[in-house]
Design a protein around this ligand. Sequence first.
Ligand code: SF4
Ligand code: SF4
Length: 294
Amino acid sequence: MKLAIASGKGGTGKTTVSAALASVWPRKRIAMDLDVEAPNLHLFLKPEITGRRKALIEVPKIDLDKCTYCGECAKICQFKAISVMGEIILTFPEMCHGCGGCFDICPEDAVRADDRELGEILWGWAGDIEFLMGRLRIGEAMSPPLMRDVKAHYDEMISSEPEDVIIDCPPGVSCPAVNAVMDSDVIFLVTEPTPFGVYDLKLAHEAFAPMGKPMGVVVNRAGLGDDSLYDYCREKDLAILSEIPYSRRIAEAYSNGRLITDVADDYRTQFINLARKAMKMAGEAAVPEVTERA
Ligand code: SF4
Ligand code: SF4
């Protein structure tokens, strides 16, 4: 199964929840960091990186000897990455999403491929957790093509043996966030009970609900703020799956890059139950029993 851990805004504890869930997940799993603009899942899981490669995107380079300036490539490009003005053709590689449309449509075969580096993809192991992440190059603005490449790498990893994946998604509700949750079986929305938290939860809920996937809420820093988060969830029939208390011990663990599940056995049990809820939400009839730490 694919579990997306998302949030309407940054700083809610999305990565903390992703790492904690990965640490107790009762089956083979990949912890995948798709928050490629600011990946930090590795700070908690501390994987040994065993491989890395550059992520490249093919962008158009025009062969001026063949181009007739017909403008078809500019017309098909939804991202305004090509512009034709009379007998001048300009390409803007940094705006290209790599859809391939201009390559296919050119009647003169005048569009050649040039590589642009988006960032890198890294993989490895954190104990028995397989780890995968993308990291956008500094100055690069185009995260969806890199996320696509990370997902393709994941597909390769599971081609021989299926594995669950816990996806640490980008925050917010823009293109990268939607891209990250769209293939998942279940979405967890991590939020906090503050006015900002409720506002951004609403945005995320409204953005992802049309996908029709099972969705539930994990409340971080429970005990802060007021009841408006709980009122909203009740009104929208949105299940609150787990509440992580507002606690100094958890804050200290977070600031030291430690897992919540290592803070106390109670938290470990809480996340084991959360993992089981995710499997039930995905429609699994037989959820594996979990051996608690002695
Ligand atoms: S579609 Fe081909 S021929 Fe037409 S403007 Fe673009 S590159 Fe030139
Ligand atoms: S590959 Fe797609 S996004 Fe890139 S320039 Fe061509 S049409 Fe535009």
